[in-house]
Design a protein around this ligand. Structure first.
Ligand SMILES: NC(=O)c1ccc[n+]([C@@H]2O[C@H](COP(=O)([O-])OP(=O)(O)OC[C@H]3O[C@@H](n4cnc5c(N)ncnc54)[C@H](O)[C@@H]3O)[C@@H](O)[C@H]2O)c1
Ligand SMILES: O=C(O)[C@H](O)[C@H](O)COP(=O)(O)O
Length: 373
């Protein structure tokens, strides 16, 4: 079998070599002729898999994207052509939730304001949104949820409309797929009108897709003096982002919210499991076979460590300001895609085992740290 995989997808050789020859491609520049004779195509979010790309795909039987988002894939076309497809649902949900939590603690430190008692609105309550809901509720935040598709399907008990959520929340974080049309369209769901209605001092976090916020309208609002704390991991028109926005955004990153080693590796593993199923063989390889040792294993917290100190522990594992610094210092010289490709290793909270006092144990466990018995 011939397997064609994005050059930035980790562990493909380790997982797939038993199936056949693995060749790599540049995700933004895959050409139709490269698909001649290919059985399995493994992509990330930067490759549009559409009619034009598949014109010469004569043997393709499986397309996999090691991502949660599928807005770059024409799934109807794949179904029509009887090509099996899988994304990697949930693969980096924990990583994105940890990106948001790291941002919240960084803002709370820099603004000298506690997260306790703050109201956060989560827009999109799927894998990421529900993971965040569970963690933030245990940190003493009031959580509001907005997810019309889930609510209408009877899968979500609480739900408030987006405009009500925006009016009530101190912080709003977006975790929706990019949907370009229809009743639950998310393209520019934060448009000029909604942006203008935001209360001064609000925090807006977008780690979903750049097009969910109208970036030009956001820039215009900032230029008119709006006071918002904005955290952007995703941008309209990546990799050619609207750089003047950087002057106003508190933390900015190059679409890496999901890029923990675990999150990326889980994406490859899920596709491996799908291909094993397609081929009718047992999936024997697992993530633990491949992940490196974390740089720190365990920490013992003193009796005086309290809930207000949790941010320091979060930032020991991941501080979003590292990634903000990388973007600001290197975007002009290296470019957006190169910064993504060379993203420094980042681990998840679960790599740290914590001996904690009883006052903090519950909150730390909820955040995902391992608690020493
Ligand atoms: N920045 C990153 O690195 C990164 C990483 C992973 C995922 N993402 C993005 O985040 C998105 C969400 O990921 P997920 O795993 O939670 O997906 P998911 O499919 O599990 O959940 C998405 C939720 O959004 C809801 N939704 C759809 N339209 C909506 C609307 N108009 N208003 C409110 N809710 C709506 C859906 O009903 C669903 O519950 C992905 O589609 C992807 O685009 C970004
Ligand atoms: O949808 C996703 O899973 C994320 O946006 C994903 O982390 C994007 O990263 P990429 O595939 O471009 O490396």
């Amino acid at each position: 079998m011939k397997i064609l995989a994005d050059q930035n997808m980790p562990l493909v050789e380790q997982y797939f070599a038993d199936f056949g020859d693995v060749e790599r491609f540049d995700g933004r520049n895959l050409q139709p002729e490269q698909l001649v004779g290919v059985d399995i195509l493994l992509t990330r979010s930067v490759t549009n898999v559409d009619k034009a790309l598949l014109t010469q795909a004569d043997k393709l039987k499986f397309v996999g994207t090691a991502t949660i988002g599928v807005d770059h894939i024409d799934t109807e076309l794949l179904a029509e052509r009887n090509i099996a497809f899988s994304s990697a649902p949930g693969c980096n949900a924990v990583a994105v939730a940890e990106y948001v939590i790291s941002s919240l603690y960084a803002l709370s430190q820099e603004n000298a304001s506690s997260l306790h008692g703050k109201t956060i609105g989560i827009v999109g309550v799927g894998s990421i949104g529900s993971c965040l809901r569970d963690k933030l509720s245990l940190l003493g935040m009031n959580v509001l949820l907005c997810d019309p598709p889930k609510y209408e399907a009877g899968e979500l008990a609480e739900h408030i409309e987006l405009d009500t959520l925006l009016a009530k929340a101190d912080i709003v974080t977006f975790h929706v797929p990019l949907v370009k049309q229809g009743p639950h369209k998310t393209l520019h769901m934060l448009d000029e009108t909604r942006l203008k209605a935001l209360k001064p001092g609000m925090t807006i976090i977008n780690a979903s897709r750049g097009d969910v916020i109208d970036n030009q309208a956001l820039l215009a609002l900032f230029e008119q003096g709006a006071k918002l704390d904005c955290v952007l991991d995703v941008w309209e028109n990546e990799p050619n982002i609207l750089t003047p926005l950087l002057d106003y955004v508190r933390y900015a990153s190059v679409h890496i919210a999901g890029h923990t080693l675990e999150g990326k590796a889980r994406g490859t593993q899920i596709l491996y499991q799908q291909v094993c199923e397609l081929e009718g063989i047992a999936a024997l390889k697992s993530l633990d076979d491949f992940l490196p040792e974390p740089i720190s294993h365990s920490v013992t917290l003193g009796e005086t460590f309290n809930l207000d100190d949790i941010g320091r522990l979060v930032h020991l594992i991941y501080d979003v300001r590292r990634d903000d610094g990388i973007l600001r210092s290197k975007l002009a010289s290296e470019g957006f895609d190169s910064l993504r490709k060379n993203y420094p290793p980042r681990r998840e909270f679960s790599t740290l085992s914590v001996a904690a006092n009883s006052a903090c144990e519950g909150a730390l466990a909820a955040l995902g740290f391992r608690i020493n018995e």
